[in-house]
Ligand binder design. Structure first.
Ligand code: B12
Length: 379
């Protein structure tokens, strides 16, 4: 693996001349005060804008600002507001549409549900509606939609269809491949398909978002950005040349699903449980262990094909297998790119960025001391 590029080794974007904003603008009037005629990046978030690094939109926004980009924020925009019906309606609707309030982002939309998944934010684990929302002014509930990243992404597309769309944050990150959704009790397809986003940045986004912003600013098309670590995208194209595709069953063998042991069981029952190390079941389990291949291979040029969305939806053993692969391939030091077919979505494939899988934590030292690296990377 090559060392990641220094986070501040880029030449700042020309708009750096505007200096540091007291707050990132959330309205056109605030943009005018700063002397901006437009935003380079507009972040849309389900949380109220708090200018503090424990909030993703502030952290990502201020980081991009430090790179010279003009960043606007649409925090908790009204997603039920009037929509654009046809091109003729553009001007009349523009005024009332919160998603057009800051104009078209010159470089890209950055959409996040906020610090938490919007379903976790709104419902308790009993599926009851929470009385408050810790990330809204005065704890007011109801200021964000369910499945916020999908709803916001669609509204951004309606407002300015041609602006590149990048999604990130925890809701997008944990839903990047086919995933079990507790709320609807079904396996859902990748959020990339539902949102129609061009790129999904998962885990810690600092390095990826800075790289994406500079590449777009230099004139790259978003559809050509296919090699940034920690990103995923939907594609109909063939695999990239020079990469070797490996079937995921070469890394982990799908096995029988065993009933989870009952933590309240009596001692004898616990002994008989499948995970007991004392029982006679041990030799039988040995052949179900993950087999590691001793061959020396260039991991950076490998892409692992996982069972498709349709397969993991239909077979819990394959779902468990795909989930293990996702977690096995999640360490930024050795993670490989992943690919998963979604037939029902027009045979699109969800790919992790090939060749450079797994986002590097922004800075290993601070990342280790401040928060777990584990969330920083899954590929
Ligand atoms: C601190 C914290 C809290 C604090 C919040 C304090 C505060 N006011 O901020 C407290 C203790 C109050 C709390 C409470 C709860 N929490 Co909490 N909390 C955390 C924790 C440890 C850190 C969150 C944080 O500050 N992150 C800092 C921001 C900057 O990081 P970030 O959001 O991940 O942003 C990065 C990326 O997501 C991405 N990104 C972010 N925005 C964007 C935007 C774009 C465009 C892009 C591309 C990328 C991007 O880049 C960022 C920088 O790398 C996380 C675990 C973790 N390690 O992340 C859990 C976590 C968020 N909490 C969680 C939960 C479940 C809860 C509770 C519901 C628990 C409960 N049962 O009561 C409550 C919420 C109550 C409520 N009513 O809302 C879960 C959420 C699970 C989920 N799927 O959403 C987490 C993930 C822990 C876990 N693993 O289970 N929590």
């Amino acid at each position: 693996m090559t060392a990641p590029r220094g986070l501040f080794s880029y030449r700042p974007y020309w708009a750096q001349r505007f200096g540091i904003a007291p707050f990132l603008p959330t309205t056109r009037a605030e943009m005018d005060e700063l002397g901006w005629d437009g935003c380079d990046v507009i972040l849309v978030t389900g949380d109220a804008y708090i200018d503090h690094p424990s909030f993703g939109m502030a952290l990502i926004g201020r980081l991009l600002e430090a790179h010279g980009f003009r960043v606007g924020i649409l925090d908790q925009p009204d997603w039920r507001s009037p929509r654009r019906v046809s091109a003729d309606d553009d001007d009349r609707r523009a005024e009332g549409d919160p998603f057009r309030a800051l104009g078209r982002p010159a470089l890209f939309w950055g959409v996040t549900a906020g610090n938490m998944d919007s379903m976790v934010n709104r419902y308790t684990s009993d599926r009851r509606i929470r009385r408050d929302d810790a990330y809204s002014p005065d704890g007011a509930p109801g200021l964000r939609p369910d499945r916020a990243v999908t709803v916001y992404a669609r509204r951004c597309r309606e407002a300015f269809a041609d602006a590149p769309l990048v999604i990130g944050g925890i809701e997008a990150s944990l839903r990047r491949i086919a995933h079990y959704d507790y709320w609807s009790d079904e396996v859902r397809r990748s959020v990339l398909i539902d949102t129609g986003a061009d790129l999904l940045v998962y885990g810690n986004a600092e390095r990826a978002i800075v790289e994406i912003a500079h590449r777009l600013a230099a004139g790259a098309a978003i559809t050509d950005i296919r090699d940034v670590r920690g990103t995923a995208f939907a594609s109909t194209g063939a695999g990239r040349a020079g990469f070797v595709e490996i079937d995921s069953t070469a890394i982990d063998r799908p096995g029988r699903i065993e009933r989870p042991p009952d933590p309240y069981a009596m001692a004898e029952e616990r002994q008989a449980a499948p995970c007991s190390t004392g029982g006679a079941a041990a030799p039988e389990r040995a052949d179900r262990l993950v087999r590691l291949s001793p061959r020396r291979v260039d991991r950076a040029a490998q892409v692992i094909r996982m069972p498709s969305f349709e397969q993991v939806s239909a077979d819990p053993a394959l779902y468990a297998h795909a989930s293990r692969i996702l977690h096995l391939e999640s360490n930024p030091g050795n993670a490989r790119a992943l690919v998963q077919r979604h037939e029902r979505a027009g045979s699109r494939k969800i790919r992790g960025s090939r060749g450079d899988p797994g986002a590097e934590p922004p800075d290993v030292r601070s990342s280790r001391s401040v928060r777990s690296c584990v969330r920083s990377d899954p590929s």
